[in-house]
Structure formats: C-alpha cells, structure tokens
Design a protein around this ligand. Sequence first.
Ligand code: F6R
Ligand code: MG
Ligand code: MG
Length: 371
Amino acid sequence: MSEKITVSVIKADIGSVAGHSTVPDEIKSLAEKKLSEAKEKGTIIDFRVFNAGDDLELVMTHRKGVDSEEIHGLAWEVFKACAERAKELKLYAAGQDLLKEAFSGNVRGLGPGVAEMEFTERPAEPIIVFMMDKTEPGAFNLPIFRMFADPFNTAGLVIDPSMHQGFRFEIWDIKEHKRVIMNSPEEMYDILALIGSKGRYVIKRVYPKEGGKLPADEPVAVISTEKLFEIAGEYVGKDDPVAIVRAQSGLPAVGEVLEAFAFPHLVSGWMRGSHNGPIMPVPFRYSKCTRFDGPPRVIAAGFQLCNGKLIGPVDMFDDPAFDYTRQKAMEICDYIRRHGPFEPHRLPHEEMEYTTLPKVLEKLETRFEKI
Ligand code: F6R
Ligand code: MG
Ligand code: MG
C-alpha cells in the first residue's frame, strides 16, 4: 500500500467583479504564483486554483495531514495577498471572508471554508472536488446522501458486492456543535430525519464500513461546514461550501457521484443569502452568478491522484448530459422568482441574511391594536 496523501480544499471570498459575481483572472494568477512557490519549496505536492462564483478556491495536495498549521497558514497567506490586490483594484467586498487580522495556526474559525481528508492513495484514485456558490453547507446533504445511501441514485449499493454493506455518515449539529455517526442503510430513516433540516444538521464526512475494500477509518467524502455567522458572533453571510468525494472500486462510480446533481434541488442562499432557489451544475466557464445574483451553482473538478500529483482537472459538468438539468433549474428559477418577497422563495425570517423587519415592527409599535 502506498503512503497517505492529504487533499485540502480551502476557500474564501476575498473580493469579486462585478459585485459578487466572479473572481478576476488576475487574482487567480496571483494565487497560482504563490502556490507554485510553495510547491517548489516542497510544502505542497500539487495544487489547482478555481473560482466558484465570487469564491477563490485552493485545491492542494500534501503529506502534512488535516488541520496542518503549515498548509492552513499557506492558504491564509495566499488569501491575504489576493485580498490586498483586490483592495488595490477596488474589487467588490475585498477581503470579506478574512474576518480576523492575524492567523493563529488554523483557518477554522477565521472565515475561510475547509474540506480536507487524509487517506491511503489507492492504485487508481479518482476524486471529484465540488465547489458551490450562493448557498450553504446543507446544500450538500441531499446529493451526498443520494451518492452514498440512495439505491435509486447509486446502482452499486444494490448490485456491487463491495458496496452492498453501505456507508457511515458523520453528521454535525452546527448550532449545538456536536456530532453523531450513523449507519446506512440500517438507520436511513433516522439519518433523513436529521439531514432534512439542512440549515442545522449537515453531513460532514462519509466513511466506509469495516470489512470492505477501503480502510474504515479513512473518509471517502468530506464537506466544509464552517458557518460564518458563528465565527463573527453575528450573521455575516452564508458560507458557500465545498466537498471532496472519492469514487470507484468499492465507492460510488464517478457517474453515480455526478448523477446526484442531475436534479436541481432547492437550496437556500441566492440573492442576499435570503432566498431559496435551485442549484445549477455548470461548467467552469459559467461559474459566475448573474441572474438575481445566482442562481446558486456548483462546479465539479475531476482528478486522478498520482502519488499526490493532480492529474486533471476535468470539467465534469461541461457536458450536454446536464443541459436538461440546467434547463429545469431555469424553469424553477422563473417559477420561484415570481413569488418575489413571499416565502418560500424568500427564506423564513430567522434564516435571512438581510432583514428590515425589526425596524418595521418598531415603527409600527404604537399602531398595532389588540384583536
Ligand atoms: C449572496 C451575495 C449577494 C449579496 C448582494 C447584496 O451571498 O453575496 O447576493 O448579498 O449582492 O450585496 P451588498 O449588500 O454587498 O450590496
Ligand atoms: Mg462575495
Ligand atoms: Mg460566494
């Protein structure tokens, strides 16, 4: 067996053009330059830089494990340099996700989002990195469940002897800061009872079960769950999430992993982080949020790992096979947009990122009569 590799995806919104739509090439090139230097020094094995809408995404491979001070520190330095340039260019919301000035060992709790996992690289190791904009971590609940637990999505759960035993889900309660590990299919209905509340219970990791082809203590999927409002002590924005999913040979096939996005399910975020809308899978070139600052989108970068080197990316949603999903998403957009300021297009009051309600109520206080 080969050595353990860590894949880290660390992201932050450090400024965008025009408004919150996309990250300019100049900023991505600057991030690439900084990461090339780190690669030359041997800090990381390999890297790729993407943007998901207004978020700058660093995909890095290394041998330093998860929560490495060196790797998180590197990401922080890259974001800081990019935010500085963004400020010079007067990009929109320059530095928005760098909530604290000083780095203290780990980006967790600082503002950037993180998905990372350490595992033994298999003889052939396909991974897909999903990056979303204008939504929240719970947006991954439905597709991750479908990949690893729904036999109507993943044929292998039924017909592949190496997957038939199912998977284990690590679920976080992001309000109470606690987690639980649950088994599928045995506890499938209980899992759904939690993760259907996607603003509160989010899938953090998926593990194989004992006795399968893969080590049971090494994750096969991981999702970022940082919540910016808890970090700043007040609501400062939805945290556009990322996920890493391993595939094939005892795991869902790449096509089963992608199939989970063929249905443009409703997620919360979109305009002002305060609306429900469909998540639209798009090629990299369409990773910019336009209509009503959206709709929420997801890109997928496919790789093979080669001793930590990234072979790829392949732009997985750059395929007419997803045209129908995109068309459907736009029909849903048109339909739901016509609700304007009404729920369920607008989020329930407690979940909105922007609200005038307290002020309106204050103004009307003396005019309200008992009924
Ligand atoms: C949503 C998002 C945008 C902004 C909107 C208003 O996550 O980033 O939809 O909320 O463009 O932005 P401000 O308040 O900066 O004018
Ligand atoms: Mg932004
Ligand atoms: Mg964003």
